[in-house]
Design a binder for this molecule. Sequence first.
Ligand SMILES: [Zn+2]
Length: 126
Amino acid sequence: MPVIQNPPFYADLEDVGIQIPLDFRRMTGITFIDTILISDAAPVPPTEWLPLLFHELVHVLQYEELGLNRFVQLYVNGWAEGGFRYEDIPLERDAYELDAKFRSAPAQPFDTLATVRNQLSGYGIA
Ligand SMILES: [Zn+2]
C-alpha cells in the first residue's frame, strides 16, 4: 500500500492539542491480527524483505497466542513502561530477537512457535 494511514481519531487528538503518540505514516510495516501492511513510503532494500516479513509473522504468532485484547494490553503497557520507546517494547524485543536468529541463518529451520510460546511464558500469561 502507498502509506499506512493514521487512525481517524488522531484528528480529534490534534484538535484538542494532544500530540499524536505514534506516526503510522512513517512505519515500514505493521501487523493487525493476521494482516501485514507494508508501506511503499518507507521502502526496504530487497535483502530486507524476508527478515521484515519474518518479523511481522512473529507478531502474527504473538496475536494468535495472546488473543487481540491481551496482545494490545501487553504491547501498549510495554510501550508506556519503556517510556514510549518503540525499541523497548517487550513484544518488539522478542520479535527482533527472532528475526535476528532468522537473519543469522535463513536456511536453518527452527521452531518459531515454541520460541514465541517460551518468550510469552515470561509474561506470566501462558
Ligand atoms: Zn515489530
